[in-house]
Ligand binder design. Structure first.
Ligand SMILES: [Fe+2]
Ligand SMILES: [Fe+2]
Ligand SMILES: [Fe+2]
Ligand SMILES: [Fe+2]
Length: 442
């Protein structure tokens, strides 16, 4: 059955304002929540933050629009703001910043993997795969701190749905900003799926950046604070990368239409997939609200641009956030692309041999890690707690870890505190020896 959002009336705007009791929902229980309920909650917060912020940008920059229409955009922004509070505050007070952080990176890994496999544009797919391996490594770095600082094991959060092991090393994610810029799609030929996919992941990445910016200082451990700073900076690069895929010549009204459509599609998917009956009610109400938003913006688009909204968003719903385990896909990309790097003009270097000595990202990487790379220090530190790094993966993937590190590490602009493949192998061997010793005692 096909569902055409443009044919739905949705909830009228004058019915959408809610009271404080309705806005602040009952949080989920961190011990019992399905990990993908948490990822939906995290993603929808990011989508609402983007939806809210965009309305403000719209009214700041949009000229030639009637005052009453501008007022309606402002009213919509108020509703996005209320929805954002509900989504974000489903997060319980006893879920630590690091636990929530593992949730954020699980969103990034499993969402981007889903999008890559459902992306019709080959180049956009390649960009998703590239970003995927960076967030995959962030999950691994943060998992070390969750264990050292709070005794949290990765599967307490990711529930065995997402592997936690070294990816493209975080110290190599720092690039010259110009290199992060990718080639943008053509608004006249790109499919609605491509547009929604990009806006979805962009909203998630932007919120990840904001979360680290607002919470990284909440720990006393200096290495952890530095790691938040380092990874937050990569999320800034991810925002730059994903937004550069969007055609900058889209009009503000075209963008407004895409924002509401993206919200509709994401809530529609959440509603289809949700296992928590209480939270499902919010997805249902918010889908109805977004269908109402879409109607309003579609009318503005017709009024001012004299075009059919279907030209931009098509006539069918899109599924942008089907959260499910993506281990096999991620492993495939990891083994094939961990050594990939950004090249000028939106191209990619597939291996280190292709990277010229004057690559614009080398000086950036040398500068930021001239004292040390915090993301490497966390692996050095965890040796004292656990003999080796904290990893959750199949035996098959675990056995490839040292090889993956070897494949992903550069030979130039490497921080002096880097855990080398040889060092990692020693850590793994020591751990095995000590585990055997322990068994003898028990
Ligand atoms: Fe919204
Ligand atoms: Fe990340
Ligand atoms: Fe990211
Ligand atoms: Fe909306």
């Amino acid at each position: 059955m096909t569902f055409n959002p443009l044919e739905e009336k949705g909830m009228p705007l004058d019915k959408q304002l809610r009271n404080w009791h309705q806005i602040v929902a009952k949080p989920y229980k961190k011990q019992h929540v399905d990990c993908y309920t948490r990822t939906r909650q995290i993603l929808m917060n990011g989508i609402e933050v983007e939806g809210w912020g965009f309305k403000h940008q719209f009214n700041r920059f949009m000229t030639d629009i009637d005052q009453e229409d501008r007022a309606n955009i402002s009213r919509l922004g108020r509703i996005e703001n209320q929805q954002q509070m509900t989504c974000n505050w489903l997060c319980p007070a006893d879920q630590s910043v690091l636990e929530t952080t593992l949730g954020y990176e699980q969103v990034a890994v499993d969402l981007t993997a889903w999008l890559a496999q459902n992306e019709p544009d080959k180049y956009v797919k390649e960009t998703f795969n590239f970003g995927l391996l960076e967030d995959f490594d962030h999950l691994y770095r943060y998992a070390q701190f969750a264990y050292m600082t709070e005794g949290v094991e990765p599967n307490d959060i990711v529930k065995d749905q997402t592997d936690v092991i070294v990816g493209r090393p975080t110290q190599h994610h720092h690039n010259c900003n110009g290199l992060r810029l990718r080639k943008h799609y053509d608004k006249n030929t790109a499919s609605p799926q491509t547009k929604v996919n990009i806006l979805t992941v962009l909203s998630g990445e932007q919120q990840t950046h904001n979360f680290y910016a607002e919470h990284g200082f909440m720990y006393g451990d200096h290495v952890l604070r530095e790691t938040y700073a380092e990874i937050k900076d990569v999320e800034e690069e991810h925002v730059t990368m994903y937004e550069s895929l969007i055609d900058p010549s889209e009009t503000m009204l075209e963008k407004a239409l895409l924002h509401e459509f993206t919200e509709v599609c994401n809530y529609y998917t959440c509603l289809e997939d949700e296992v928590d009956e209480e939270i499902k009610k919010y997805w249902e109400i918010f889908l109805d609200m977004e269908l109402g938003h879409l109607q309003i913006v579609a009318d503005l688009f017709k009024k001012y641009e004299k075009r059919d909204p279907e030209e931009v968003i098509g006539s069918e719903i899109i599924i942008p956030c089907r959260f499910k385990s993506q281990k096999a896909y991620v492993q495939k990309v990891l083994e094939k692309e961990v050594q990939k790097r950004l090249a000028p003009n939106g191209e990619y270097y597939n291996s280190f041999d292709e990277i010229p000595k004057d690559w614009a990202s080398y000086p950036v990487q040398e500068r930021v890690a001239e004292i040390s790379a915090p993301s490497e220090n966390c692996i050095n530190l965890v040796e004292y707690y656990h003999d080796r790094d904290v990893v959750e993966a199949s035996e098959n993937l675990k056995n490839k870890e040292v090889g993956l590190l070897e494949q992903g590490l550069q030979t130039i602009a490497v921080a002096h505190n880097t855990v080398s493949p040889k060092k990692l192998q020693e850590m793994i061997d020591n751990h095995e020896e000590r585990e055997t010793e322990k068994e003898k005692i028990i």
